[in-house]
Design a protein. Structure first.
Length: 82
């Protein structure tokens, strides 16, 4: 069993976040608009499904591994059309 974890966008991901996801997590965070109102940063949640890591941001952005083992970014709304 692998336990998940949570962390705020913009902070260093915990050591339990696999290297295979880190570049895409960084890309998502770099694409986020700058908050000019001082709102709290959205938080990531790392979970495991059938042994594969899935990082989901509170905004609905999901970073996971495809069948080839490459990290891909999608939005939870994309699941409605799968």
């Amino acid at each position: 069993m692998q336990l998940g974890t949570r962390w705020s966008a913009g902070s260093e991901p915990p050591a339990s976040v696999p290297a295979s996801l880190r570049a895409q997590i960084d890309a998502v965070e770099n694409a986020m608009p700058v908050d000019q109102l001082g709102q709290p940063a959205p938080r990531w949640t790392l979970t495991w499904l059938e042994g594969k890591p899935i990082a989901e941001l509170d905004t609905g952005v999901i970073v996971s591994l495809n069948e080839e083992g490459d990290a891909v970014v999608r939005h939870d709304e994309d699941d409605d059309f799968a």
